[in-house]
Design a protein. Sequence first.
Length: 95
Amino acid sequence: MRQVEGRYKVKNAGMKELHAEVKKALDSLAGVRRVVLVNTSVERSWQDTTNSRIAAAAVGRPNVVVADWHAVSAGHPEYFVSDGVHLTKDGGAAY
């Protein structure tokens, strides 16, 4: 987590391994006006579990919202390079 211009940013937190740490970080950010968690869109066995954990982490935290990258990227294979994980320029712009 790093602070940028008075805002905190958590990027690619690795929700599968860091679930408890993310909850702890969100608890520490309770006084921050807005925290945005971005779910994932990747054809991997852990995708749905990760997205469920992200959604659950936001529950009961009025300052936390989930940006639904899974929904936004659905039907847009042009957003991803051939590995289906990393983003193309268009995918980066949409993200």
